[in-house]
Design a protein around this ligand. Structure first.
Ligand SMILES: [Zn+2]
Length: 324
């Protein structure tokens, strides 16, 4: 899944800035033939208050056969379902392919199933992948996923037919969609699909790559001073016993700043960041295959004499010296 992020900062939904704790995911489809995920930015990044659009609507993301475009932070309250589902559900739209039109209500006219099968499969897969990522990020399961028409039946969304006016044409339903998400979640043992064997450990001193633009896909952008001002020390790599995944990426916490010249540590920026955005400057532990040779500088029968020498060594700068 290729995930892109660009927020609709002009949309009134964004500027209202309400946050939610996502408890579920609502799947929509656009009912707008042939308009793909990237195209929706210019269509919807408009202010209703300022008279730039006649609709008050905004969703978290659009999915097509090629990519996902995220347009709101996942924990931002969206305007996607016209009901209380907006308070609890992340909402995304699957883009519908071109080459047909809409009749009355949600009837697809001239929809060629065979011609659209390959588009449908790819868009379906991207939607499954997105749900897997969000389930992992917000500790949800496939049972927390509904479509707009199911939301209407539950009384938490307006009376729309998506996606059940479309999925059955390709022999699918929301039950088979949830089943596909379940299979994908089980495959990873409920764990993120990304590589967990990060080489970054607690205590490592790192720098933020100059090429990194956001802390993680969909996260805040990284100010220049974070990259150039100092190094950072990684202080946490798990939370509640689990790897921390944000925007589908394995993240670590930059809990301390480290002066580039003096190595002096100070209060950190306390941001979680994708390990892919980091270079290790100084590793906190030697690689497994690295042998260490130790030099003994004295042997004593009197412990006090040993302690005296240890003090001497430490004050001379051998701060790692120890007694055995
Ligand atoms: Zn909908």
């Amino acid at each position: 899944m290729k995930l892109n992020a660009k927020y609709m900062t002009r949309n009134d939904c964004f500027t209202v800035g309400k946050k939610i704790s996502p408890k579920g995911i609502m799947v929509h489809s656009t009912a707008t033939p042939g308009v793909m995920a990237a195209d929706w930015f210019s269509r919807w990044n408009k202010s209703y208050k300022s008279g730039e659009t006649n609709r008050q609507v905004c969703v978290h993301a659009f999915v097509d056969d090629k990519e996902v475009w995220q347009y709101l932070p996942w924990n931002h309250r969206g305007w996607h379902c016209g009901g209380t589902g907006n308070n609890t559900h992340i909402g995304f739209e699957i883009c519908e392919p071109g080459g047909f039109s809409y009749g009355k209500g949600s009837t697809m006219v001239g929809y060629n199933v065979a011609k659209n099968e390959s588009y449908f499969r790819k868009a379906w897969q991207n939607a499954v992948d997105l749900c897997v990522m969000l389930c992992q990020e917000y500790e949800l399961t496939e049972e927390d996923i509904i479509c707009h028409s199911e939301g209407a039946k539950k009384g938490i969304a307006s009376n729309h037919g998506d996606v059940m006016h479309w999925f059955p044409k390709h022999g699918e339903s929301m039950n088979s969609f949830r089943a596909a998400v379940k299979v994908a979640l089980n495959k990873t043992g409920g764990k993120p699909t990304i590589n967990q064997s990060t080489s970054i450990q607690v205590g490592d001193v790192v720098e933020v790559k100059s090429s990194a633009s956001t802390y993680y896909p969909g996260g805040a952008s990284i100010p220049a001073w974070v990259k150039t001002g100092s190094y950072h020390k990684v202080t946490q790599i798990i939370s509640n016993g689990k790897p921390v995944v944000k925007g589908g990426k394995n993240c670590v916490l930059l809990g301390k700043k480290v002066d580039k010249k003096t190595n002096k540590e100070s209060a950190g920026i306390m941001s979680w960041i994708d390990v892919g955005a980091l270079n290790v400057v100084k590793s906190s532990k030697p690689p497994d295959n690295q042998k260490l040779y130790r030099v003994q500088v004295g042997a004593f029968t009197n412990k006090g004499n040993a302690e005296t020498l240890l003090k001497k060594l430490k004050s001379a700068g051998f701060t790692d010296a120890f007694l055995k």
